[in-house]
Design a protein around this ligand. Sequence first.
Ligand code: GAP
Length: 435
Amino acid sequence: MKIEMEKIVSLCKRRGFIFQNSEIYGGLGNTWDYGPLGVGLKKNVKEAWWKNVVYEREDMEGLDSAILMHPNTWLASGHVESFTDLLVDCKKCKKRFREDDLDKHICPECGGELTDPRQFNLMFKTFVGPVENEASTVYLRPETAQGIFINFFNILTSMRRKIPFGIAQIGKAFRNEITPGNFVFRTREFEQMEIEYFVKPGTDKEWHDYWVNERLEWYKKYGIKQENLRLREHGKDEMAHYAKSCFDIEYLFPMGWSELEGIANRTDFDLKQHTNYSNRNLIYFDEETKEKYFPYVIEPSAGVDRSSLAFLIDAYKEEEVRGRKRVFLSFHPDIAPVKVAVLPLLRNRGDIVELSKKIKKDILNQYVTVYDDTGSIGRLYRRQDEIGTPYCITVDVQSLEDRAVTIRERDSMQQDRISIDQISQYLKDKFSLLH
Ligand code: GAP
């Protein structure tokens, strides 16, 4: 089924996943706010990633470095010089374009004459302290990676690590993108999940292949369909200034195949550069072999927003049920922002409401559970389907007598009548089957 981006944008607004930022002021272009369900989705994506790449491994440490760093970081990394796009301006309508987006050297909007291309740095600048001058200039980080490189030695020594090992970090990054768009796919403020994995030179190719495979499997494990994922190797002309080789994991977004995650071999570029620009020698000494070397780095770099968008698109389903369209998100249970909803059949019956709230409270210890009585049962199911809640528990008049409830599964809509004291075991069995 081909899914248009408008459908996803509309569902995200309708159901509280993602809102236009500054909407009451007319909106700030290509800037988005994550609402109650969006926060849950993003949090789950980050947790699934962290669990997989940090907690479940023996060779990884976590980090949360500051967004602002010493400005020399960006001189060393090459971003001041090379993190640029070639831009042209229209002399007539004054609009600005990326040169590589244009087929012909005329303005695509008004046909006007264009200026010669000029380099435009994508980093946002700001100032520390009250004086705005060159000496106080700092940048909002355009990647979280550099926070990892400048902490390489701190982590190596404090955690008594040996090569190979990795450092993982999740955090905001900022780029003054010229052509943002496609909802949260390309924005100026976004979140990255990055790993810098340090290896012995000569073993880098093998580790690169390993990480490409690991990361592909992660997306599949959490529900992205195999046919919507592909690998693409970068050509020499499109590689970042630090990379020796790079693979993109691409997803079939509504606008076509586009990058979901990049996995680059950054060689020893960054550690050598920081050694040259700082007063620290970041060379590694291998105690066993007595060798000294700058480790090579394999970098799987994913976007939280892009992954969340891919999970939303891949989960989006429409079907006809008794002549009516049903929309639901078939999220993997770990990705679903809400796991269980408890719904009273009659909201004006105090005894049913009380029992429903008690059931919700009991389940809440194990699963994110909501109680909802804001509409008829049909409407309540529709809402839970559209936010991708795997199980709905309905409490009815009979529940007061037989101490049983109806549990409805999201994708099949199959309903089971379960004794209240069996709910916990029932959900445990069902969720473990879905993993
Ligand atoms: N440290 C390497 C690096 O930053 P990148 O390919 O420029 O590499 C990695 O970015 C990932 O970050 C991308 O695959 C994408 O998921 C996400 N990303 C990059 N720019 C983005 C933007 N403007 N908006 C949303 N996500 C972005």
